[in-house]
Design a protein around this ligand. Sequence first.
Ligand SMILES: Nc1ncnc2c1ncn2[C@@H]1O[C@H](COP(=O)(O)OP(=O)(O)OP(=O)(O)O)[C@@H](O)[C@H]1O
Length: 622
Amino acid sequence: MSTRAVKRSELYEKLAARHTWKENSLASSDEDINSKFQWKSLGVFIPFVAEYKFQAIASVILMLIYTGLNIANPFLIGLLIDDYIQKRDLAGLGWMSGLLLVLNVAMWQAQYWQIWSMSWAGQQALYKISSHMYRHLQRLSLSFYDHTQIGRVMSRLQSDIDVLESILSSGLLSMLASLVALIGIIGTMLAMNVNLALLCFTVIPVMFVIAFFWARYSQRSFRLTRSAISLVNATLQENISGIRVIQSLVREGRNSEEFDELNRYNLDTNQHATAISSLILPLVEVVAAVATVLVVVFGGIQAAQGSLAIGTLVAFTLYINRFFDPIRDLSMQYNQLQRAGVAAERIYHILSVPVEIKDKEDAYELPQVRGDVKFENVVFHYSEEHPVLRGLTLEVKAGQTAAIVGPTGAGKSTIISLLTRFYDIKGGSILIDGHDIRDVTQESLRKQVGVVPQEPFLFTGTIRENIRYGRLEATDEEVEAAAKVVGAHELILHMENGYETMIRERGRNLSMGQRQLISFARALLADPRILILDEATANIDTFTEMIVQEGLRKLLHGRTAFVIAHRLSTIKNADLIVVLQKGQIVEQGTHDELLDRNGAYASLYAMGFRHTGSSEEEPAAV
Ligand SMILES: Nc1ncnc2c1ncn2[C@@H]1O[C@H](COP(=O)(O)OP(=O)(O)OP(=O)(O)O)[C@@H](O)[C@H]1O
């Protein structure tokens, strides 16, 4: 059976191509279904599992007890028949039956505790792996997220971890138990009757051949299922977060059609994988049946001729079943192992994405700064083919507000992403009070460089919690004081539950002006020396606009500020206006100086900053 049996429609190919681009690391590993299994991917989990080695050892001991008792059972039954039933020794029969009962109770106990302890350890290890993965994802640089769909990350964080759970919490030990049982049973069978045992073992090579071919097909097919669910999740995530645009452009029908296509493919790959995985068990059963028939026929003839005791034949037949039990289990576990191997590989892939922006070994805490910022000959690109900044030099003195203006794509957002070290520069240096930002710890840098994004990001929780987000130890009074300074206090008090009003999904229940003021209060409470602000361009009513402008003025007061300015009032009030074009500063100075110069700024001004997203109208309308 070939996995090519799962067909991709033309529409599917188009959709998959849309979600799979060269730099999208997770997408390309999702799509690569033929790659060789990387055994080293399992190595990454060893430290997590090793932490629970005592539980694992206890499980192995319990498993050995269980398996030993399980193997002894048929032997004792054979003994019971030959030595006690056939010799009509009723007292011995009573003793033996009692012993068998005790052994079976002990066997079930051992099995229960073995399953319990292994599942416990497996779940603990998995909990650690998920936390580790989450921490790793938080440390990854923005360039990883630029190239990765969140849905694909979620898929690995959730469904792949689920798959791994089954193997860690029970699968591995069951496999070991099956192997031990198999070896024990083979030994016992050989000891009981070499000829019958060898006859039974003739089927083993057939098993190997079946397992070999099955493994080849199943792994490809399991990879297909993981990649399909990853694509479904990526699409779901994108469509749900973009639901407003989808509904406003009436794309629901078309998107449902596209989603159906992906979902259908996901169904097909899963059904195909099920077809392949269901194949292995019946195949083992057929081979087991052939072996049983062989033993019963030849053993039966020997017993009829009197060269084999009946008890031994009964015990032997019981052993054949027990012999195939671990093989059956192994094939099922092998199935599980194949799936888990694919999941482990995908988790390993995420864990091995390097953290690009790391603190230097000798990084030091940035001391309390005054706020002098210098860009010295800064060179930067996101991809080598497209240079963004080609030697940018800029100095902003402590306490100054610099408004950065320029046409779209000029590099305004890039400059501020570099100052917070979301990306590392490729050449030159960025200095704060003379400290190169690459020499200090990121945590100490970001404590003193605050960012207020254009679209305030509010988290689920109360307004109070949202304001406190950047300084958890702030008291209620400090939260309210910050809100008062930026002019948010009155607005908040007028809300349903004041500061305790719950913010729903990213603050959708608040107006844009309210969201902006809350994010100003949050920034003010965190009290960074340097503030980066991407000025909002949304249209808000004149009254709120006035409050926002006043809040902004108070927020910027006494700090060094970089503002991607969109409102003329902000640009005019700035101490320094930096005009950027194609990643280079073409002019800088105050509003009046630049107008006098009659250059790039003057023409942007004359055009009403139309191409920069700024407007001469107050409040700004874009
Ligand atoms: N994450 C990214 N990955 C790759 N290229 C990027 C990325 N962000 C920006 N760019 C590119 O870098 C250049 C500068 O972009 P930047 O966002 O800094 O411009 P901008 O002046 O802020 O534009 P706008 O006013 O439209 O926000 C553009 O050519 C853009 O395509």
